[in-house]
Write a protein that binds this ligand. Structure first.
Ligand code: XIL
Length: 335
């Protein structure tokens, strides 16, 4: 068939993939991208560390290459990410003597970073993950104890959205997080977002990362998240969809002898069923879901091959190691 995911889902939402600059070089991956997807996210190269490694130095080339590919192929481009606790260089938080900077200095650095990055891609990136993973997993606190929070306080979140909005008033601005179907984390993210909206902060959407497993989330839990966030008037993007064939673990750890890589017929069937269920839910809520992006392209290479267990292979996507559609793919496009 000549149809791709983007065609089957044309009247639902754009379907995207996270890519590296190498993915978009001519070859089977670029070909698969063009056939199947109409939206892209940079897997790493727009994050603070790669794009702004030292104060005053920006490394645009890798990001530009992905943006150029999206433009040349008529694809949408999402930006990921402006403010996060990971993949952010230490220089943001330290002065020349290695001492922690003041709140004023850090806000100034955040502003300069966001203004420059969003400004460069103004009109080319239609949606930004402005703040990523600011809410912790453990019940209790709304705010993760990141350097951003410790030095600036909760205000860093509102400021980040304001800086991004000033740099590109037409860009849609998202709060992005994982584990958004856990009741406790869902409620704390909701409280955070409601507080921002009540203060008039320019937040337009919530990104559900969608690092899911064969059993999580249930259809009910996913629906509850989608409807709860949409009730705030926010768009919902699924930003980083993949489905590990292993039980969910969030903490990174070393490989053990018992960690064997498996994709048994049972795991395969569970994955087919879970993909079918999840896309049923996404289609049902097409008035709220305005983008669905997979985190990587095929089972040939996924970030889950090393996370949370170093060196364990995973099989989380809709295309196999030879870029062929898996059985789950055909369930996702049959409706
Ligand atoms: C991951 C990338 O896929 C890896 O290549 C990198 O080593 C670590 O980050 N949540 C996010 C993404 O918001 O940026 C992360 O991407 C996956 C989890």
């Amino acid at each position: 068939s000549n149809k791709g995911l983007k065609d089957y889902y044309q009247s639902y939402f754009p379907v995207g993939a996270a890519v590296t600059p190498r993915t978009v070089e001519e070859g089977p991956e670029a070909e698969l991208l063009r056939k199947q997807f109409n939206s892209l996210t940079a897997e790493n190269v727009m994050k603070p560390q790669p794009i702004h490694p030292t104060e005053g130095t920006y490394n645009w080339e890798p990001a530009d290459k992905i943006v150029a590919f999206a433009q040349a192929n008529g694809m949408k481009m999402r930006g990921h990410t402006l403010c996060w606790h990971n993949q952010t260089p230490d220089w943001f938080f330290k002065d020349k003597d290695g001492k922690e900077v003041s709140k004023e200095v850090l806000l100034q650095r955040l502003k300069e970073h966001i203004t420059t990055v969003v400004g460069r891609y103004k009109g080319k990136i239609y949606a930004w993950d402005v703040v990523n993973e600011a809410v912790p997993d453990a019940p209790g606190n709304i705010y993760r104890e990141s350097n951003w929070y410790k030095i600036i306080g909760e205000e860093y979140i509102a400021r980040a959205f304001e800086y991004a909005h000033a740099a590109d008033p037409n860009a849609l601005l998202f709060y992005n997080d994982y584990n958004t179907e856990s009741t406790s984390k869902r409620d704390r993210i909701y409280t955070l977002l409601k507080g921002l909206l009540d203060k008039g902060v320019p937040v337009h959407g919530v990104g559900l990362q969608g690092h899911w497993s064969l059993t999580d989330p249930t259809a009910e839990a996913l629906e509850e998240s989608i409807t709860k966030f949409a009730s705030l008037g926010l768009q919902v993007h699924i930003t980083e969809l993949d489905m590990s064939v292993y039980p969910k673990e969030h903490a990174r750890r070393e490989r053990r002898d018992t960690d064997v890589s498996t994709f048994t017929p049972e795991q395969e069937q569970q994955q087919i069923d879970q993909y079918q269920r999840i896309f049923g839910v996404l289609r049902k809520h097409k008035d709220k879901i305005t983008s669905v992006t997979f985190w990587n392209l095929s089972d040939r290479s996924s970030w889950l091959d090393n996370f949370p267990v170093r060196g364990r292979k995973d099989y989380p996507l809709l295309f196999d190691q030879n870029y062929q559609p898996k059985k789950a793919y055909w369930k996702v496009v049959e409706f």
